[in-house]
Design a protein around this ligand. Structure first.
Ligand SMILES: [Zn+2]
Ligand SMILES: [Zn+2]
Length: 138
């Protein structure tokens, strides 16, 4: 994939360095609307999940959050990555961890479930579509 503005090659597996908004941009060329990355409570995200599934003709996804959260950030480090959330394609469920209680994380995980794919180009473009749709309703 290439950034639509500067043409730089972008790799969807390096998603933390990319901006998913309509298209997939490198972080030099775009920024998230702050409302997409602010922390939200679970009921708010649950409601967005329901709306997104409905709008994109998808069966509802089971959204969960980590009720056993202890304020120990080490709990969310795995293999050198800070976990924001995890999606289970088979069960159509998403577990949101406290640092991932935001709309960008929700769209990221929903795109995994909708495509059944890991961090592929198709996943990246669905993620960008979902995020832009949410932004248009904020
Ligand atoms: Zn760029
Ligand atoms: Zn992912």
């Amino acid at each position: 994939m290439k950034c639509p503005k500067c043409g730089k090659s972008i790799n969807p597996t390096q998603h933390a360095d990319l901006i998913f908004d309509g298209q997939v941009w490198c972080s030099d060329c775009s920024n998230y609307d702050p409302r997409l990355i602010e922390k939200r409570d679970f009921t708010d995200l649950w409601e967005w999940s329901r709306k997104i599934c409905q709008a994109f003709n998808q069966a509802p996804v089971l959204l969960e959050h980590d009720r056993l959260y202890l304020p120990d950030p080490r709990k969310y480090w795995r293999d050198g990555i800070f976990l924001l959330a995890e999606a289970d394609h088979q069960k159509r469920s998403i577990m949101l961890y406290p640092p991932g209680m935001r709309l960008t994380t929700l769209c990221h995980e929903l795109a995994h479930i909708f495509t059944g794919q890991d961090h592929t180009a198709e996943w990246a473009s669905i993620n960008a579509k979902l995020t832009a749709w949410v932004k248009s309703l904020l």
